[in-house]
Write a protein that binds this ligand. Structure first.
Ligand code: TXA
Ligand code: MG
Length: 329
């Protein structure tokens, strides 16, 4: 599979061009407020098949269907429970994905064979303009090669998918930086399948009790297929360590002649040859925004290991820690 990928700054003309590609069954990478998505016509099994091929994604891992607004839910969901309205009114457009009973129009290829469908209304103006111009629901996983960190700028998409997709709309860096929260609305209480850009605290405030699944639980794997597959696998091992222990941890590796990176939220006086320091923002929103870019950058340095200090698990910190644990496992 090789084609020339077209790169366009995401102006109105480029969005029109991208919409034509989607309508013709092709692949377009586009910015959302979370990460870049790799989009195709969600209701075309042939178009969606190309997404799986393009990013080498395992077939059983279902895709998120992106909609123009809450009114479009009836096109893709078999039923829309009242609580879905509450969540949608509060968080859409935005980084929340809701899992609902699958509507007949949605091919099983899109849902990875499941009788449920994941949907979200993105907030990014380019994503919204593209869905409108294509007048299609757009299936889009993150626009990375399977096993790489999600892309938060156009250059990340180019690194992973050049020559494998028709078009990339460059809308600059994304603002949230981590993927959407995935919430299963077919259970009572709703089940958190993936922490993301909307925090658990915000969900509880809107919907009351939220069920949590631990990632090693068998039921979790059957309800959230994404958990079965390896994520964010960097070339260098990532070692997640307690806050405050970074200096001690890296020094023994440096003394053994290794080159290492240290991702840390606080200031440190440590300075050594063969040590790459990456100071991350002290606030969890800033940390989330820079997380995937930092992992890509440190991994490309060819270090022997990447040490990362744990951060507080509240708000977006929970999402950051989820991604760090997956990257470290
Ligand atoms: O922010 C995001 O969600 C980005 C942007 C592009 O919208 N998309 C994204 O897609 O992160 P992806 O494919 O990388 O992650 C989708 C997650 C996977 O963990 C998948 O297993 C889960 O959503 N998912 C999709 N459909 C599902 C379903 N019917 N039931 C349970 N989980 C589902
Ligand atoms: Mg992904």
């Amino acid at each position: 599979m090789s084609m020339r990928t077209e790169y366009l700054r995401a102006d109105a003309e480029a969005v029109r061009r991208a919409a034509e590609v989607i309508r013709a069954g092709g692949l377009v990478a586009f910015p959302t407020e979370t990460v870049y998505g790799l989009g195709a016509d969600a209701l075309s099994a042939a178009a969606v098949t190309r997404i799986f091929e393009g990013k080498e994604r395992p077939r059983g891992n279902p895709l998120i269907v992106h909609l123009a607004g809450i009114d479009a839910l009836d096109d893709v969901a078999a039923q829309v429970p009242a609580r879905v309205q509450d969540a949608a009114l509060r968080f859409w457009p935005g980084p929340l994905t809701l899992v609902l009973p699958r509507g007949r129009a949605v091919p099983l290829m899109t849902t990875g064979g499941l009788e449920t469908v994941a949907v979200r209304v993105p907030a990014h103006p380019v994503a919204r303009a593209l869905i409108h111009a294509a007048s299609r629901a757009i299936a889009a996983p993150s626009a990375n090669r399977s096993g790489r960190p999600s892309p938060t700028c156009a250059e990340h998409v180019r690194e992973d998918l050049d020559g494998r997709i028709e078009l990339l709309l460059d809308g600059g860096p994304t603002s949230v930086g981590v993927e959407s929260t995935v919430l299963d609305m077919t259970s009572e209480p709703p089940t958190l399948l993936r922490p993301g850009g909307v925090t658990l605290e915000q969900l509880e405030d809107c919907l009351g009790e939220i069920r949590l699944l631990s990632s090693d639980d068998e039921e979790a794997a059957s309800r959230s297929p994404g958990l079965r597959f390896r994520h964010y696998a960097p070339r260098a091992p990532i070692l997640l360590i307690e806050a405050g222990t970074g200096e001690r941890a890296v020094v023994s590796w440096l003394e053994a002649g290794k080159s290492v990176a240290l991702m840390i939220q606080r200031a440190t006086a440590l300075e050594r040859p063969h040590l790459t320091l990456k100071t991350m923002p002290a606030d969890s929103a800033g940390y989330a925004r820079e997380l995937f870019g930092a992992l890509r950058e440190l991994d490309s340095r060819g270090v022997d290991a990447i040490f990362v200090e744990a951060i507080a698990e509240e708000g977006l910190g929970r999402t950051v820690m989820d991604r760090l644990r997956r990257a470290a496992s």
